[in-house]
Design a protein around this ligand. Structure first.
Ligand code: 5AD
Ligand code: SF4
Length: 581
């Protein structure tokens, strides 16, 4: 997502600025197309078309804008004096949804900071309010619609006090609901889809200088923001997220992500490695590789790594798209990333069960600093539902994979996602999901009631499970999950775990909190402990350090224990199934 060395030429991937004039205004394009204007305009329009986006750029996202700005030349659509620079205007961000959105916020901020904007954590001080939005479920969108109403009321008030504020919608909701957002919420000034953040300075300039609504929701086949350096890592503490790919080609029938975030593309490996090196130099102790489908990572951008091998799917798994060929795979990336700093923990999320070849599992088992924790979204335990969801596997293939994972990584921690009440789900299907949850023994789960989106399922299937039944099934899944998590967690009581300290516990200033290799939260008293295993001198425990913690009790969501000594990943042997001896 960001690194010092640009691998992609920014201008090549820039999508054109799209202008939306307010209804009473006559747009530039409308004037140009009326024909009678000077020839210069039409010449410049022809030049612009020749150098503009390719046909592919429009495939996923037909332009919904009312008019195209005709003034821009190859790269600079607006001159700097139109206000492209931030002039120390203060931007306030609000982020909704997943970790990808947190990452997107930092990308958008890095882009604006370069143009001279400032960031504020105080809404009242803001000149620009940007919401980074989520569309995955209806509830997520409803939250944002409600927030928009509050913000537009604030905007109206601010107009009277002569301190105007601009409102922008970024991310998935901008992509999905472009027209609705601009027409329903007339006070929204800027829309930028997930691949259009580089255009933000221009969009804000247009909204500020011309008082127009400005939008760019074009999806790209290549944008990975590889060269955009994050701004917030250092202050975020000892844990960082590094984006390795964007978009998704899987087209699960319930999921809006392929439509809002576009086609899957991988960030070049060298830029990922540079970012991880930089984070290691800053003292970051845990990196999570981030993407919609991390384990289908393929970097074909660098010739020296290119091979001819096709992506090997896990046994019993299939895809709706052609398997990728050549390039550097996820196992290669994981290997390279984990070699950078042996004292830095490496995690990844979210993978798809289809891409877990043995070499990835073996690498996780062997490499000390790759956490033995795998998120394995199952979604359902019923073959009938899995087929309707277009997940590309059966219950049996999923369970075989779980067996294989447990065999290669005996001490693995597994987490998963499930959807209750998908189209056509019967009580029997639901029982099969409960039995799968019991059979696997996950220690963390993300469970959702199906929320209809405009996807394949919307067009082809019937959302026929009534809300009360969806809710009841969801609650049953949650309660089975809790029971199982309690059982799985109880197994570590009595063991000693290497814990990366996050800081003070939210519940009590007397306690600290940290995470095990398996990503379980551990709470333990704040006290000085031996500087290393058998030393007699002690030192206080600080966030960002590793400590060995004896686990004394377990619940479904966290463990409790007592710190024994300071430690490090390098000095601690790989844990056996019952932790460190
Ligand atoms: N309804 C409910 N849950 C959904 N997810 C994705 N789309 C939907 C939907 N339409 C869940 C899946 C996915 C997680 C990120 O969100 O479980 O793995
Ligand atoms: Fe959505 Fe499926 Fe892609 Fe995950 S793999 S983002 S659930 S389409």
């Amino acid at each position: 997502m960001r690194t010092v060395k640009p691998f992609l030429c920014a201008s090549k991937h820039l999508a054109p600025l799209r202008w939306l004039s307010k209804p009473r205004n006559c747009s530039n394009a409308a004037r140009a197309s009326s024909g009678e204007k000077n020839k210069g305009v039409s010449d410049s329009f022809r030049r612009q078309v020749a150098s503009g986006p390719r046909f592919q750029d429009f495939i996923k996202s037909p332009p919904v804008t009312l008019a195209v700005n005709c003034e821009h030349t190859d790269e600079h659509y607006l001159s700097e004096d139109l206000g492209l620079l931030g002039d120390a205007r203060k931007v306030y961000f609000e982020t909704y949804g997943c970790q990808m959105n947190v990452n997107d916020t930092e990308i958008a901020w890095a882009i604006l900071q370069k143009k001279g904007y400032q960031r504020t954590a105080d809404l009242k001080q803001a000149d620009v309010v940007l919401l980074v939005t989520c569309s995955i479920r209806e509830k997520a969108e409803q939250t944002i619609w409600n927030r928009l109403q509050q913000l537009t009321a604030m905007k109206k008030k601010r107009l009277k006090t002569n301190s105007p504020v601009k409102i922008g919608i970024l991310g998935c909701m901008a992509e999905r609901l472009k027209t609705e957002l601009l027409e329903r919420e007339k006070l929204v000034d800027v829309l930028a889809g997930p691949d259009a953040y580089r255009d933000l300075p221009r969009l804000l300039a247009a909204a500020t200088a011309g008082g127009q609504q400005a939008s760019n929701v074009l999806l790209s086949l290549e944008e990975t923001y590889a060269d955009i350096m994050p701004v917030q890592h250092a202050s975020q503490g000892r844990s960082a997220f590094v984006s390795i790919m964007r978009g998704c080609d899987n087209m699960c029938s319930y999921c809006i992500v392929p439509f809002t975030r576009g086609r899957e593309r991988s960030r070049p490996v060298s830029s990922i490695l540079e970012e991880v090196r930089m984070l290691s130099e800053q003292g970051v102790k845990e990196v999570t590789l981030l993407g919609q489908n991390v384990n289908s990572y393929r970097d074909t951008s660098e010739v020296q790594f290119c091979g001819s091998e096709r992506t090997k799917l896990s046994r019993g798994f299939s895809t709706v798209y052609r398997a990728k060929q050549g390039g550097l795979r996820f196992s290669d990336l994981l290997d390279l990333v984990s070699r950078i700093d042996p004292d830095m923990r490496i995690r990844f999320t979210s993978p798809h069960p289809k891409d877990f070849p043995d070499e990835v599992l073996q690498l996780i088992a062997e490499r000390q600093n790759i956490c033995k924790q795998i998120h394995l979204p199952a979604q359902s335990g019923s073959n009938q539902v899995l087929k309707a969801m277009r997940r590309g596997y059966t219950r049996e293939a999923y369970l075989d994979l779980v067996d294989n994972i447990k065999q290669i990584i005996p001490d693995v921690s597994l987490s998963s996602d499930f959807i209750s009440g998908f189209c056509g789900e019967t009580d029997d299907d639901h029982q099969q999901t409960l039995s799968l949850i019991r059979e696997v023994g996950f220690n963390v789960g993300f469970l959702f009631a199906y929320s209809m989106r405009k996807t394949h399922a919307f067009h082809r299937l019937q959302d026929d499970v009534v809300p009360q039944v969806k809710q009841r099934r969801l609650e049953e899944c949650i309660s089975v999950f809790r029971e199982e998590a309690e059982r799985v967690n109880a197994a570590v009581v009595g063991s000693t775990q290497l814990v990366l300290v996050e800081g003070e516990s939210k519940r009590s200033a007397e306690d600290l909190c940290g995470r095990t290799d398996g990503n379980m939260k551990v709470i333990f008293p704040k006290e000085d402990v031996a500087v290393q295993a058998s030393a007699s001198n002690t030192a206080p425990i600080r966030g960002g350090g590793y400590v060995l913690v004896k686990i004394l009790s377990a619940g479904s969501q966290s463990l409790r224990g007592r710190a024994l000594s300071h430690s490090s990943l390098i000095s601690t042997p790989t844990p056996s199934c019952d932790g460190y001896k």
